[in-house]
Design a protein around this ligand. Structure first.
Ligand code: ADP
Ligand code: MG
Ligand code: MG
Length: 892
């Protein structure tokens, strides 16, 4: 018999934290906390396998489930001394979803289940607090009706608002037992109006309704979108947790709260959280009342006049911080905790590894290692490489003038600026139209995910540090200011106003997610500083990695930035990019359009000094590090003159007839330029071009070597080779030029000549090509295009349906297709090494900065990856993790 139900409570559990796949994250950790002897309300978890079964069998349940659920309920009953559905002593439960990966706010929890017109009276009597009983009942009716019966929240909110207004009450806590009792009646009436049937009174019907709703919420639109954005497979399913209720809404010694064991924004070692007295469940994150700080120091720093938990509930506070410390030590990571205090007794309701910013992630990893809780290897493996991107975000220049409109909470760090927009669809549309936008909302909900993605940053006027906006923005690495309560947002008028100042949609603001400030206009920003924990952790990573990390760069600014970021050379200098300059392109066009070799040589003579001085500068910046220079690889059409004015300009420079020139340009027009006259094909047809470039490279190497005393070893790379003879022809010209330059200058030069492997034929012929090539650099962009027969420029329209239908899991231009394109890389590496054991192997496509592709490069044993400057830190960390992962796999 399959075990579909796993119980926990009273210091033991049938599950444990390692059973996350089966029990979901929440269930596995509830079991673990029970096993640790922490105070956890008893309950049981229905496995993710039951959810999978549910979908595989037309949304029905396995036969044994019913009996197992009854056994689970009975066990909770024994531990709590209550009975589910009993009229005199009713057990109430929560029904909570929990998948393997946490999906914040994606599926709704139902609290106080088991209440009905009879049990509510018993609850009032048993607790001696009728107000509490009816407060719990109205919450249950609202949650259950929303989640299970699909009755929108606004129905209940409207009823409540109208009632409060009529009675002149402001806060929910002002309502009496009689008020709630009255409202419960109205709520039930509304449910019946909306659904056509009375609110279900049978607790077992409620329970199965709630469990079914959790399972079906796995396939709701919010969950599907979240999974797509976070690459979570649909096949995982979710677990359901049924757990005895504990009540934070039982008066002044009761409370509910959330906390992180360290600051999730900065990583500082300080307990960080919020709570509310006399409240339940989601009240803290829902922004209904402004939450209170947990620690006294946080209260003082926040300037709050509401007592902290440390002073309001000192004994529970002491117990809570001890539990927090125990959990952090046990999980060896920063924890995100949910708890409830029922009449002075602490109950733990959830623990999980807390989400954090990249900055916090680095600091926590480094400090946990320094505290001896982690090894350095583990610390390096803990930080998500692509999250480093966040640290490379700009911040506001401290010297800049700040015209502060309002200050909210520093919910997610980094600065962002853009035009304000008040809804998510519009944010997406404006972004598509090339605008930078700041999404401004009263608060966000899961329906705003796409708008948050499109926005540079997010600003809300309500909600705390743990509000939806704050949590999601941190996860996305987007700057966010939350709870800027002095701003008034008017969705109807599309305005945001403060103290008589009105900003309209399209007005520009800057938000500072590190201070919480909202600033008027565009404020100067600064590039981030990469010191402190960043450099410590990167230093550790560098010690573990085997792959070298180079950069793709041709401008001095990019090269300098890359060296800052730790690049160990240039893996790809695209020389054609050096000719798009206004003055150079004319000479370039003269060269391309010349009728004969003499004409070409005349144009090349103009280009030589420019090209040489570029290389001198690059070589000086790279100071002795290897530099791979790719010979001209033009899509020819990008250089051809198009307008009559452009043709006239080139004609004048050449002293040629514009009409003839135009005819020549038309002759060179290609139908399919990406598979056309490019790469070494140009050098084969016009070797004098390769000669000029080789001369520029070698002369620059001599000059830069003399100047800096650090001799450069240029690596001259021939693009788009598919036949060994092509490479031989071009290589002969390069070698001859090196000899000539050495003779002319009297200097000696070290250099190597190699090729790109970016065509399937080259990969297959790599053994032969390696007879001439001293290195291979895998041009995986072109190799992907040519292996799939997909043009990268045209792919967008049909790749998306492929991804949506699950034919491929990710765009192969973003992450290397390890199976197919990867096989060609593997073949070329093997065959190349067989011919030339010391052949240098690298990769220089977009994939060089993509962590999964970097893991692949480690497995194939390449020598280096090369990526854009801003990806260099990501690649360094990913390369270290790849090396560590391989070591771990080797040990196992
Ligand atoms: P989410 O996954 O959205 O965090 P949870 O299942 O954790 O949803 O529940 C939402 C809220 O309800 C949490 O704040 C939690 O503390 C509270 N809650 C859940 N179960 C119980 C319970 N048995 N007793 C009291 N509060 C509960
Ligand atoms: Mg939770
Ligand atoms: Mg290419």
């Amino acid at each position: 018999m399959t075990q579909w139900v796993f119980t926990f409570g009273d210091g033991k559990a049938e599950g444990q934290s390692s059973m996350r796949d089966l029990l979901g994250g929440k269930g596995a950790n509830l079991a673990e906390m029970s096993n640790m002897g922490l105070p956890v309300p008893p309950g049981f978890t229905i496995t993710t396998e039951a959810c999978i079964w549910y979908y595989a069998n037309g949304r029905s349940y396995p036969a044994e489930l019913k009996a197992q659920v009854e056994t689970g309920l009975a066990q909770i009953g024994t531990l709590t001394g209550k009975v589910f559905g009993d009229a005199a002593n009713p057990l109430l439960v929560s029904v909570r979803s929990g998948a393997r990966a946490s999906m914040p706010g994606m599926m709704d929890t139902i609290l106080n289940l088991g209440l009905n017109d009879v049990t509510v009276a018993a609850l009032g009597q048993g607790s001696g607090d009728e107000r509490f009983a009816y407060d719990s009942y109205r919450r249950f009716i609202q949650m259950y009706s929303n989640v299970v019966l699909d009755v929108d929240h606004h129905n209940f909110e409207d009823i409540l608002e109208i009632y409060k207004e009529r009675k002149g009450l402001t806060l929910d806590t002002d309502l009496s037992a009689a008020d709630w009792k009255h409202l419960v009646g109205e709520y039930k009436r509304r449910v019946e109006e909306e659904t056509g049937s009375p609110f279900p009174q049978d607790p077992r019907e409620q329970l199965w309704g709630a469990m079914g709703a959790v399972f079906s919420s796995w396939m709701n639109q919010r969950a599907i979108t979240y999974r797509r954005l976070h690459a979570i497979p649909e096949s995982w399913g979710t677990a359901v947790n049924v757990q005895a209720m504990v009540f934070g809404n039982m008066g002044e010694t009761s409370a509910t709260g959330v906390a992180f064991t360290r600051n999730p924004s900065t990583g500082a070692k300080e307990l960080y959280g919020e709570f509310l007295i006399n409240a339940q469940g989601e009240d803290v994150v829902a922004g209904i009342r402004t939450p209170q700080n947990i620690t006294e120091i946080a209260r003082i720093n926040a300037g709050s006049d509401k007592p902290s938990m440390e002073t309001a509930l000192p004994e529970v506070y002491q117990q809570f911080i001890a539990v927090a410390a125990t959990l952090e030590k046990h999980y060896r990571d920063m924890q995100d905790l949910e708890f409830t205090v029922e009449r002075g007794k602490l109950w733990m309701l959830q623990t999980r590894n807390g989400k954090r910013t990249a900055k916090a992630s680095l600091r926590i990893a480094v400090e946990l290692a320094n505290e001896g809780l982690l090894t350095r290897e583990e610390a390096v493996s803990r930080v998500e490489p692509s999250s480093l991107d966040q640290l490379l975000h700009p911040t506001i220049d401290p010297k800049a003038e700040r015209r502060v409109l309002a200050t909210g909470l520093p919910a997610s760090p980094g600065a962002a600026q853009g035009e304000i927009v008040f809804n998510s669809d519009e944010a997406e549309a404006m972004k598509a139209g090339g605008h930078k936008v700041i999404l401004v909302r009263v608060e966000t909900s899961p329906e705003d995910i796409h708008g948050m993605h499109a926005a540079e940053g997010i600003l809300t006027t309500r909600g705390g540090m743990t509000s939806h906006a704050a949590v999601v923005a941190r996860g996305m690495g987007k700057p966010c200011v939350s709870g800027a309560g002095t701003l008034r947002v008017d969705y109807q008028a599309q305005t945001m106003s403060i103290a008589g100042k009105v900003l309209r949609k399209g007005d520009v603001i800057t938000i500072d997610g590190s201070t919480g400030q909202v600033l008027l206009g565009e404020v100067p920003m600064l590039q981030p500083e990469l010191s402190g924990e960043f450099s410590t952790l990167m230093g550790w990573a560098d010690g573990f990695r085997r792959l070298k990390v180079r950069t793709n760069a041709e401008t001095p600014a990019d090269a300098r930035a890359a060296v800052e970021f730790g690049a160990e050379g240039i893996g790809l200098c695209r020389t054609e990019h050096m000719f798009f300059d206004e003055e150079r392109i004319v000479a370039m066009r003269e060269m391309i359009l010349a009728n004969d070799e003499d004409g070409r040589r005349a144009a090349l003579a103009k280009l030589l000094p420019m090209q040489r001085s570029d290389f001198v500068e690059l070589f000086e910046i790279m100071a002795g590090l290897p530099v791979t220079i790719r010979l001209l690889d033009p899509p020819l059409h990008e250089f051809l003159p198009h307008t009559d004015a452009e043709i006239a300009e080139v004609a004048a420079a050449m002293g040629a007839d514009p009409k003839k020139l135009k005819a020549r340009a038309e002759e060179l027009h290609e139908v399919n330029p990406m598979l056309g006259f490019r790469g070494c094909r140009l050098a084969v047809a016009y070797p004098e071009i390769a000669e000029m470039q080789a001369r520029a490279i070698f002369e620059a190497a001599v000059i830069a070597g003399r100047k800096s005393g650090k001799p450069v070893v240029p690596e001259v790379m021939v693009p788009l080779v598919s036949i060994k003879a092509e490479l031989d022809l071009v290589k002969a010209r390069i070698v001859a030029m090196a000899e000539a330059v050495m003779k002319e200058t009297g200097a000696s030069l070290d250099y190597i000549v190699g090729t790109m492997i970016e065509l399937p034929r080259a990969a297959l012929q790599a053994g032969k090509i390696a007879e001439s090539a001293e290195f291979f650099s895998f041009g995986t962009n072109d190799l992907t295009q040519t292996t799939y027969g997909i043009s990268r420029d045209d792919a967008a329209s049909f790749l998306n349906p492929y991804i949506n239908k699950g034919i491929i899991s990710i765009d192969p231009f973003v992450s290397l297709d390890q199976e197919g394109v990867g096989e060609l890389v593997q073949i070329a590496a093997d065959r190349g090494r067989k011919t030339r054991p010391d052949i240098k192997l690298g990769i220089c496509g977009e994939h060089g900065g993509d962590p999964p592709s970097i893991h692949f490069c480690e497995r194939v044993g390449l020598d280096y990856v090369s990526c854009s400057p801003f990806r260099v830190p990501i690649a360094r960390l990913a390369a270290a993790q790849a090396a560590l992962g391989k070591a771990a796999a080797g040990q196992a």
